[in-house]
Write a protein that binds this ligand. Structure first.
Ligand code: FEO
Length: 178
């Protein structure tokens, strides 16, 4: 059985993952408006990844006979459609999420909650990937130069990204794994 502290903290994390999903959906809309449909595609795939992160925690609470809370999600703040600034924002946001996941892991360890610890370690690894993806895109922008030709190439490249995680969360078995 999970402690109230752990359940509340996982529910906060569900909210943060859903905020992340909305943030990337909003960024995707801005990129579509400016014609960068490949970049918009990458960001929408990221939306699905974030929903998967939220649902993995959601299903864990159900499996542990605890109550997931679907709370109000803050509106994402998008201040730019500029591609480099958008990916700087993605990286900055992922660093925030990494910090949040680390906090949750530290709580699970402090409480000797080994089941939650095991689950959260999956997210620790996932965050390495999340930060790496954003960093690589920023490195490519640096290498190619932040000009229209480079952006056109990056747009084509990011348009190839496909969803590799489950996007239908109905009737999933308890152990949801990517
Ligand atoms: Fe769910 Fe992008 O971290």
């Amino acid at each position: 059985m999970l402690s109230k502290k752990i359940v509340d903290r996982i529910n906060l994390q569900i909210n943060r993952e859903m905020y992340s999903a909305n943030l990337y959906m909003a960024m995707s809309a801005r990129q579509s408006e400016t014609g960068y449909l490949g970049i918009a595609n990458w960001l929408m795939v990221q939306y699905h990844e974030e929903m998967f992160h939220a649902m993995k925690f959601f299903n864990y609470l159900i499996d542990q006979s605890a109550s997931p809370v679907v709370a109000k999600i803050d509106a994402p703040e998008i201040t730019t459609a500029e591609v480099k600034k958008t990916f700087e924002h993605v990286l900055e946001h992922e660093k925030f999420v990494t910090g949040s996941i680390r906090e949750l892991l530290e709580l699970a360890i402090a409480e000797k909650d080994y089941a939650t610890e095991n689950l959260v370690r999956w997210y620790i690894n996932e965050q390495v990937e999340e930060e790496k993806n954003a960093t690589e895109i920023l490195q490519n922008l640096e290498l190619l130069g932040d000009n229209k030709q480079a952006l056109f190439m990056i747009n084509i490249e990011l348009g190839k990204r496909v969803v590799t995680i489950p996007v239908d969360f109905t009737n999933l078995p308890p152990a949801v794994t990517p």
